[in-house]
Design a protein around this ligand. Sequence first.
Ligand code: G3H
Length: 525
Amino acid sequence: MTIPEKYQIKETLNQNTYLVNGELKAWTGDTSEVYSTISSTKDYQPTLLGTIPTLGEPEALEALDSAVKAYGKGQGLWPTMKVADRISCMEKFVEQMKTKREEVVKLLMWEIGKNLPDSQKEFDRTVEYIYDTIEDYKKMDRDSAKFEKHGGVHAHIRRGPLGVVLCLGPYNYPLNETFALLIPALIMGNTAIFKPAKFGVLLLTPLLEAFQSSFPKGVVNIIYGRGRTVATPIMRDGRVDVLALIGNSKSANALQNEHPKSNRLRMVLGLEAKNPAIVLPDADLELAISECIAGTTSFNGQRCTALKVLYVHEDIIEKFNTLFSEKVDALKFGNPWEDGAKLTPLPEPDKPAYIQELIDDATSKGAKIINKKGGETTENYIFPAVLYPTSKEMRVYEEEQFGPVIPIVPFSDIEEPLDDMASSNYGQQVSLFGKDTKTLAPLIDTLVNLVCRVNLNSSCQRGPDVYPFTGRKDSAVATLSVHDALRSFSIRTFVASKDNEYNNEILKELLDSKASNFVSTDYIL
Ligand code: G3H
């Protein structure tokens, strides 16, 4: 199938700078090639999209120095700036960002294989997230534009920055999830070093100038390279105050352990999950199936919120399996820009082989592939296999597959999925399908203590982004949402003064002269 003109890759994008100390610094050292697993030719071959710098430890530490300098021991321009001025910088950034929509969306499709509507949604959702963050921050600022008085002490309480943030995003939402960390971190007055994920790197190129021109120098630093080479020395140095990472607990733990003073390190982590669906016998089957299809297959299951195991009651399992398998087989596979393509190429070249391993392991232990197309493999894809019955000793039950394979576990007693969830390492969300409130009520009361979001008759998801996004156990540290992220990246700090004439006169003058950016009762509209 020919690629529409506007989506063709006509020339490679050679990213030969990195952003440090406000400068897009030219890089002439080693570079890494960026390939898409999508073919541009009839005979399959990966498409070369461009190159990125392979930076090393000196450049990583240069970026750290730059962020530390911009924070300036709390005296830097950015952390001491008026809230309204920081907001202006952010507004300038988002205005420039919006002009890059087409380029970013095209690269999202090529680099990570996300389909066109979802790539557009990722971009638009991120822009909206930035505007919502600005509004929430204004509200926070308005709420603190006052003094409190208790026990004879006046207090002017605000939220202040934490310092230097190392920000590492995931490949499945290289724009949205990364910015959902970076933007609140920045607006609260922190400075940041940001390293893109292993895929979805070039799509940042169109935004580099916007970062450079919107913020004071050193506030945002963008580096490229392997995590082990660049992130490890930054952590080991000890001057990072916050590790903000969406990824897996293994890398989060490894990085955390590099920090010489882990007590100082604040962590904001979105980690792995294995969200289950529980389908009760009285569930509206059609609804449950369509939600389970979306939950298991959207973006090929490469979402931390994806449904990664389906528990279906024995009374309805036969019907569920038949209808569910038919629906999976009816999903269209195609390149991201193809109309109606729900399944798209996998960005990781070795993913089909990994998924095949999970299938082989499960089938060797008694599971069957119950859909016709399950496991059909091409150069860049493996069609979702619906595996039934799956059980605990199978790898697909234990591992977060993060790809197109769907294990179904039958149950007769609700205690079975509940026990499994209680003993699992994950604790993000669950989807619960059923109707009878007498059954649902005690279940909800238990499930809210095992995970952090119970989705009633719908698949799991992060959005709307105003809602808290977090998890228990190995699934998260701290809470993200437009509102919560501002809190996760800041700390309460205040000026206290005893209520006496001497101090009150000083406070009054501080306010009248508007000399302090912190002590202020100005109201941002
Ligand atoms: O990868 C995990 C994302 O946070 C999921 O977000 O539910 O909007 O796809 P989503």
